[in-house]
Design a protein around this ligand. Structure first.
Ligand SMILES: Nc1ncnc2c1ncn2[C@@H]1O[C@H](COP(=O)(O)OP(=O)(O)O)[C@@H](O)[C@H]1O
Ligand SMILES: [Mg+2]
Length: 188
């Protein structure tokens, strides 16, 4: 149960955790997952939400956040792959947001149960992502091909309450560890 503290309006008192948390945490949008493919992650214990302005700095911010978070979650062997997935999905979300008249944020959720990890990225553009069939010379259209290759599965769904859509992908620790060319001792 959260109550506003009079002395410190930027903070809320969380009675369950008995700590002050930033007021903004009270309005973290819930990632709707029912029957959208990501419902397995609903009760996963490791959860992070980051809201980014749709500006060019969003991509490096999202990458750095991902690296730091996965280190904190002791999922170091997944860092390189997840950072790449986040980079592709946030870059696409940025381009999709730039095409909108309204200035809307980009929302990034990272969820994990220590074995599997889901990356979900929301943008306000209702247009769906389209995986291209690219040849060797193509200069664009490789992002979702890479997402397809690095994750176990990916998909998207329209977000009913926020509008726009969520593009998400899921990968497992085992699959990353088994990537050919990876040194299992260093994870690189
Ligand atoms: N979040 C998104 N919103 C709208 N369209 C998207 C989104 N992500 C991808 N797309 C569409 O899918 C296409 C393929 O994306 P991608 O494989 O990343 O290649 P690229 O970004 O180089 O065009 C994009 O050109 C775009 O038309
Ligand atoms: Mg792209």
């Amino acid at each position: 149960m959260l109550a506003l503290l009079e002395a410190e309006p930027a903070l809320l008192w969380d009675e369950e955790l008995t700590v002050c948390v930033p007021k903004a945490f009270a309005s973290v949008p819930v990632l709707p997952s029912q029957r959208q493919g990501t419902n397995m992650a609903d009760n996963w214990p490791l959860r992070s939400y980051l809201e980014l302005g749709a500006l060019h700095g969003a991509v490096p911010c999202a990458r750095l956040h991902t690296r730091q978070l996965l280190w904190e979650w002791r999922l170091s062997e997944m860092i390189d792959n997840v950072e790449l997935l986040v980079s592709e999905l946030v870059t696409n979300a940025l381009h999709a947001s730039e095409a909108m008249r309204q200035a809307l944020p980009i929302r990034l959720w990272l969820l994990s149960n220590n074995v599997r990890l889901v990356v979900s990225v929301w943008d306000g553009n209702p247009r769906p992502p389209v995986r291209m069939n690219v040849d060797d010379d193509a200069e664009s259209g490789r992002g979702l091909v890479l997402v397809d290759a690095l994750s176990d599965r990916w998909d998207w769904f329209a977000h009913k309450s926020l509008g726009g859509k969520v593009v998400w992908c899921e990968l497992s620790r085992e699959a990353v560890e088994a990537t050919p060319g990876r040194d299992p001792r260093t994870g690189r």
